[in-house]
Write a protein of this length. Structure first.
Length: 491
């Protein structure tokens, strides 16, 4: 990213973080933060990159805006929604004008996403009031449709894609440091922030596994933080060829993200990260050689671990074969089997009493029914129609990327590398959300990832139509090291 963009986003991040800790009032924090962001966005050419640089700065704690006697509440507002209103809404009108001028068209993923939202709102309207359904419609626009639209339409070239990817990686590296610190010191750095702002939060509780504290940063849930690292590792793999000063810098960044992932002690994201990196290698132009090298590195790493004093601890925490909290794996299996039986009773649009049915099937854990599978949760509440539209968005995003990859004239061009990273993100997402419900920041991230895949395919089609795609091939490494401004690009 440009040095000026980096400094602006860094400064805004510091300002927002300090404001959160010194305001001692949620609404004061929101008002001042909005004013700062309105000023800071003026020089920003990539709103999505700025959004991702700031979205994890503060926990997504929320408060209700009173209805002034007419309603119980107008809307529930949190930090992420404020960012969407201040940064993404103005960007939407600019992007929409540009898309219209270029004659942009809709794609299947757009219709599937609209269908998914309409199914949810239609089913809610049957059991809820009209005003509350409209309220959830606003939430869907701010939390789902708007991030997806900006991600799928606003990035016009490779430079903007790299900017967004590096913004996500950079903020993830910081929270890797936070996660490692939290795990080692047994101290959640953001857990007291909601109370300091005068609010209560359902997340942010101390959670341990064996004798380890599970890091969570601002996400409030270890598995949500782990999912962030799954996406960050996938995108970090894309920037290898742009780190021109020393490849050791890239490897240190990889080790930092990997350390943050381990600090969450979340086995679902561990599996998701492994699948994501495998897909990245497998989708490359030299898939067999790259996958073989990766397998050798993994085998060597496993050998070192098996010979180390940490051997038993590592094995005990592994998914499927570990003994630590193995009852969670059994619970997930029972939840899957029981949920399928409940879904088949109302297959098309789900049921409203599925929670009671699961309680009757003795699936209460920790005083609640924990539906630890996004796919199952959607199918229970919205039926197979809702599940089809949900999965269809990500499937079409992946298909669009693969089709665009086959059209590339050069298998070693920049477009191929970015496609590998986005496919890895989608694969890691598909695996991870099968182990967790859509909580905390997880939905926001996966809708942006889906949008990036759709936007990437549109960019490739546009470049092919313009005949300019072959001019974007990445120069060899020795040339990039000698290129003017190489250091600033690696900032």
């Amino acid at each position: 990213m440009d040095e000026a963009d980096f400094k602006r986003r860094r400064n805004l991040w510091f300002i927002v973080t300090v404001l959160a800790f010194v305001s001692h009032n949620f609404w004061l924090f929101m008002i001042i933060t909005s004013m700062v962001l309105v000023i800071g966005r003026r020089e920003e050419s990539n709103p999505l990159a700025l959004f991702l640089s700031l979205v994890f700065a503060v926990p997504s704690i929320s408060a209700r805006i009173p209805g002034m006697g007419m309603f119980n509440q107008l809307i529930s507002l949190d930090y992420m929604r404020v960012l969407s209103i201040v940064l993404l809404v103005p960007a939407y009108f600019r992007v929409r004008t540009q898309v219209k001028e270029e004659g942009g068209t809709w794609n299947l993923a757009d219709f599937l996403l609209i269908g998914y939202v309409l199914v949810q709102l239609g089913l809610r309207l049957q059991v809820d009031t009209l005003t509350n359904t409209l309220r959830y419609g606003i939430y869907s626009l701010l939390d789902v449709a708007l991030p997806y639209y900006i991600a799928s339409r606003s990035l016009r070239n490779l430079r903007m894609f790299r900017d967004v990817m590096m913004s996500f990686v950079l903020i993830s590296m910081f929270f890797a440091i936070v996660g490692i610190f939290e795990s080692i010191k047994y101290w959640l750095l953001y857990s007291d922030l909601p109370a300091a702002l005068g609010l209560q939060w359902d997340y942010g509780n101390y959670l341990g596994r064996s004798s380890l504290l599970r890091a969570q940063g601002t996400t409030g849930q270890p598995i949500a933080l782990g999912y962030i690292f799954v996406v960050a590792l996938s995108l970090h793999a894309c920037i290898y060829c742009y780190v021109t000063k020393s490849k050791m810098i890239w490897w240190l960044g990889f080790a930092l993200l990997f350390g943050g992932l381990i600090a969450t002690v979340s086995r679902g994201p561990w599996v998701g990260a492994a699948v994501a990196l495998f897909v990245f290698r497998l989708s490359g132009p030299r898939a067999f050689g790259g996958t073989t090298k990766a397998a050798v590195v993994v085998a060597a790493l496993i050998g070192v671990i098996m010979l180390s004093p940490f051997r038993d601890t590592v094995i005990d925490h592994l998914p499927f074969i570990g003994t630590v909290e193995s009852e969670n794996v059994i619970y997930r299996q029972r939840m899957l089997e029981s949920s399928i039986a409940v879904i088949l009773q109302n297959p098309w649009f789900g049921s409203t009493d599925y929670v009671y049915q699961l309680i009757n099937l003795d699936l209460v854990i920790g005083g609640m029914v924990d539906i630890v599978n996004t796919y199952i949760g959607i199918a229970l509440a919205n039926g197979l129609v809702g599940l089809f539209t949900f999965v269809g968005v990500f499937a079409w995003s992946a298909i669009s990327i693969i089709v665009a990859m086959f059209k590339l004239p050069d298998p070693d061009c920049d477009e191929r590398t970015i496609a590998q990273g986005l496919l890895a993100c989608l694969a890691g997402t598909a695996v991870t959300i099968a182990t967790v419900s859509s909580i905390s920041v997880i939905p926001l991230v996966y809708w942006i990832v889906a949008g990036l895949g759709v936007g990437y395919a549109a960019m490739v089609r546009r470049k092919l139509a313009e005949g300019s795609l072959t001019l974007l091939k990445a120069p060899p490494l020795y040339m990039r090291q000698a290129m003017p401004g190489a250091r600033s690009r690696a900032t």
